[in-house]
Design a protein around this ligand. Sequence first.
Ligand code: NAI
Ligand code: MG
Length: 388
Amino acid sequence: MPGDGIGNQVIPEAIRVLKAVNFDADYIHADIGWEFWRSEGNALPGRTIDLLTKHKLGLFGAITSKPKKDAEAELDPKLRWKGYVYYSPIVTMRQRFNLDICVRPCVGFAGNPLNYIRKRPDGVFEEPQINTTIFRQNTEGMYCGVEWTNPPDNVRAALNSHPRFGAFAKVPGEDLAISVRIITRTAAERIVTAAFEFAKRKGFKAVTICEKPNVVRETSGMMEEVAKEIQASKFPEIQLWRNNIDAQLMWLNKNPESFNVIVASNLFGDILSDAFAGLVGGLGFAASGNIGDEVAVFEPTHGSAPKYASLNPPIVNPIATILAAAMLVEHVGEDTKAKMIWDAVGAVVREGKVRTYDMMRLTGGPKVIEQGAASTPQMTDAILAKLR
Ligand code: NAI
Ligand code: MG
């Protein structure tokens, strides 16, 4: 599912790498994105759902999404005013297949000039080896979609029954926006268990839960309670560390290398994973997996970057997508092939001869190639040359 914009540039690169490690698969194109919203009123057509249902493994590039007014204006005139509503195909995909486990590895490659560095009290700079994987609950929490501006009377009545709502009881409906944070025990158990299983498989000594149970007592409280129960009953050999989300972000600058596995609810996990990704190279390096019981979809974290989509040669960094492909390969148990890909990326970054524009801290645009940046396919070529 290349999708929109640079999704079409990076997915073919990842497939070149998958083929080069002899990953035994058929690659079936599936439609997703803005083009299908415009022409069909659905950014995730039913035929793509059918393909995912049948084949169960997806590699997804990126989609473009636009505000409501633009979405209506760009819809095929034949479809306009017929009740079509734009839904994010990613959110739809996550909900449709219950892809509730989001895994986001943030691993620093030695030699990456974008890596986080820290100044010691003696003035010497050091570059800690960051190897953090964030487990983000992907379907509930603040992103569950249950929200209102001007909530209907029955919702207001229910809210009025809560003693704390008294402070808002006189606010006019149109001035009142409400988003509900829902956490279910089942989903909490699944994300926490996934984090512990990963820690066990990779030999990490602790899992950190990042919530805010002292303030958001019910939902963050449920996350922490579940984490304590699962640790005690199933993973006594692995420690459970508990950090409040705000403190964890403050400590990002102190000792990010101390945290190998972090688990959090949806919004907190989203913020944490972007924060950690920023320490290890940013969007050009950030890969993620959306994993359910049946179906799993792997993707770079970045979007469709429309301003670079028509550059020839393409300039964007394919590494995030290549790492997403490596995650897919590991997900189906081909650990050796996955490691080959990670190692080849690591070798290219360490050598430092081939760098895309983002790795050189250049401003993106057609000029970056003459400024010495590698093009998208050149980066892949370098990775292919290191595979063994
Ligand atoms: P974006 O991630 O597309 O781009 C932001 C900036 O990050 C780019 O201008 C570029 O400087 C840099 N960048 C992104 N990918 C890169 C790569 N592989 N190599 C080097 N640099 C890279 O986010 P933006 O501009 O906010 O959104 C563009 C469109 O993408 C919007 O329509 C948005 O809704 C959509 N989007 C889709 C996502 C997805 O499909 N998962 C995620 C984020 C945004
Ligand atoms: Mg994000």
